[in-house]
Design a binder for this molecule. Structure first.
Ligand SMILES: NC(=O)c1ccc[n+]([C@@H]2O[C@H](COP(=O)([O-])OP(=O)(O)OC[C@H]3O[C@@H](n4cnc5c(N)ncnc54)[C@H](OP(=O)(O)O)[C@@H]3O)[C@@H](O)[C@H]2O)c1
Length: 223
């Protein structure tokens, strides 16, 4: 859990994953800024969510949202990751950027297709520069779970090169109602991003609505 409420800008929170994170973080007591390419759409989404769940929410165009957030989360399709990074680059300097991007390249989204930088999160880090602490997380959680109020049987792998920033994001994952694991340096985000295509394949093969992952073998648990 985080020790104090944060102001979190969620870029792309008009969509599935970002909307789910906005819902859960607002419910946990954080102030959430919904970011969109369209400031009006962001405000409408923030008002609709506030009417439904209460909490403290506002909506802004992505660049403004990134500048106003204490912590910024990026939740947009891989095809649009680069233009969104350009829009928020100035606003995220000196901050934590949580990147949930999965490098899915339609139509073969069930096949692992990592970018030449090895992961979408590493690509983000290279672009925004070393003053931004990029932390990769949430690639393996189905948005439908975050958008509900049920308990979620899925763990979150949190990778990033700055240990203190990772610790803060671990707390934010827990605030969203999920178990988080420190998963090492940002380069390890490649594994979490690749896993998503496997989960999509499993969803299709076994008709599961949002399969996830669990780390086992913890003390007290059967081996
Ligand atoms: N959905 C999941 O269950 C899930 C799970 C784990 C990880 N992820 C990853 O999280 C990211 C977001 O996924 P999502 O399912 O939430 O995406 P989404 O709903 O399709 O899109 C999220 C938001 O991104 C913005 N956007 C910017 N450029 C876009 C474009 N070219 N096409 C469509 N929307 C665009 C839109 O906001 P505005 O129009 O308001 O700007 C949209 O509401 C992706 O990288 C995905 O792989 C998703």
């Amino acid at each position: 859990m985080t020790d104090s409420p944060k102001t979190i800008a969620v870029i792309g929170a008009t969509g599935a994953l970002g909307g789910g994170l906005a819902r859960r973080w607002a419910k946990a007591g954080h102030h959430v800024i919904i970011g969109s390419r369209d400031g009006g759409r962001a405000q409408e989404a923030a008002e609709a969510l506030q009417t439904e769940i209460g909490g403290s929410l506002s909506g802004m165009e992505n660049g403004e949202a990134a500048a106003a957030g204490e912590i910024v989360a990026l939740t947009v399709p891989f095809s649009n990751q680069q233009p969104m990074l350009e829009a928020i680059k100035d606003g995220v300097q000196g901050k934590i950027l949580i990147d949930a991007t999965v490098p899915l390249m339609p139509p073969k989204v069930g096949r692992v297709q990592l970018p030449e930088e090895d992961s979408a999160a590493v690509r983000a880090q290279n672009f925004v520069g070393e003053d931004v602490k990029v932390i990769a997380a949430f690639q393996n959680i189905g948005a439908e779970h975050l958008n509900s109020d049920h308990e979620i049987a899925c763990d979150v792998l949190v990778s990033g090169d700055d240990k203190d920033a990772r610790e803060i994001v671990v707390g934010l994952v827990e605030d969203a109602g999920l178990k988080a694991w420190h998963a090492g340096p940002l380069a390890n985000s490649a594994a979490a991003e690749a896993l998503t295509s496997i989960l999509i394949t499993i969803n299709r093969r076994y008709k599961i609505n949002g399969s996830g992952i669990r780390i086992t073998g913890t003390p007290g648990e059967a081996a």
